[in-house]
Design a protein around this ligand. Structure first.
Ligand SMILES: CC(C)(COP(=O)(O)OP(=O)(O)OC[C@H]1O[C@@H](n2cnc3c(N)ncnc32)[C@H](O)[C@@H]1OP(=O)(O)O)[C@@H](O)C(=O)NCCC(=O)NCCS
Length: 174
C-alpha cells in the first residue's frame, strides 16, 4: 500500500520549479483548510461530506498546495462520470473538474497550472476520454487558465449558477 508520505514525495518531485510550494494529495486532515480556501475564494460552497466523498472516490486527483509553513493555500478536485461522448453516442469516462481555487495572496505564481497538470495526469488512470468543466462567463482569469491547457468552449449553459450567471462548458479531448 502506498502511504500518504510516499504519494506526497512523488508529487513534490515533479514540482522542481516551485519549491516554495508543496503540491500533494489531499488528506482527511486537510479538508477543513480546503473548505476555508473555497469559502473565501468562490461563491459555490459545499458541505463537508461532499469533499469527503470526492476524497474517498478520487483521491489521486484531489490535490492541495501548501506553503512553507504547511498552510493550505490552494486545492483542486475532480470526479469521473460516465456520459455520452461529445463525438458519438458511446458512453465514455469523463473527468469533470469539480473545483479549483488559489488563495488570493498566492496567485500568479503557477500554482493553478501545477495543480491542473498534476491532477489531470493523475485522473487519467480512469481511462478518461474527455476532461470537462464549467466556468462563469465573467471569469476571465480562469478561462485564460483553461485555454492555456487547450480547453475549448463547447457550449453555454444558461443560468448554470445559483445567482443566474451563465457558464461556459469547456472540454479537452484526451
Ligand atoms: C483561476 C485561478 C485558479 C488561477 O490561479 P493562479 O495560481 O493565479 O494561476 P497561475 O499562476 O497558475 O496562472 C495560470 C494562467 O492563468 C492565467 N491567469 C492567471 N491569473 C490571471 C490574471 N489575473 N489575468 C489574466 N490571466 C491570468 C494566465 O494564462 C496564467 O498563465 P501565465 O502566468 O503563464 O500567463 C485563481 O485566480 C483563483 O483561485 N480564482 C478564484 C477561484 C476561481 O475562479 N476558480 C475557478 C472556478 S471555474
Amino acid at each position: 500500500m502506498t502511504t500518504n508520505k510516499e504519494k506526497e514525495t512523488k508529487i513534490f518531485n515533479a514540482m522542481k520549479n516551485h519549491q516554495e510550494f508543496l503540491i500533494r494529495i489531499c488528506t482527511l486532515d486537510d479538508i477543513d483548510a480546503v473548505i476555508e480556501v473555497n469559502e473565501r475564494e468562490l461563491p459555490e460552497d459545499y458541505p463537508y461530506f461532499f469533499y469527503k466523498n470526492i476524497l474517498d472516490d478520487f483521491p489521486e486527483s484531489f490535490l492541495v498546495a501548501q506553503n512553507t509553513y504547511g498552510k493550505i493555500v490552494a486545492y483542486i478536485m475532480w470526479r469521473v462520470e460516465k456520459a455520452p461522448s461529445i463525438n458519438s453516442l458511446k458512453y465514455v469516462n469523463k473527468a469533470h473538474l469539480v473545483s479549483i481555487a488559489v488563495a488570493e495572496g498566492y496567485r500568479r505564481r503557477g500554482i493553478a497550472k501545477s495543480l491542473l497538470s498534476n491532477s489531470m495526469k493523475a485522473i487519467k488512470k480512469y481511462k478518461i476520454h474527455e476532461y470537462v468543466l464549467e466556468v462563469r462567463v465573467s471569469n476571465y482569469t480562469a478561462i485564460r487558465l483553461y485555454e492555456k491547457f487547450d480547453y475549448k468552449i463547447e457550449s453555454i449553459k444558461k443560468n448554470y449558477y445559483r445567482d443566474g450567471e451563465n457558464a461556459y462548458f469547456m472540454i479537452l479531448n484526451v
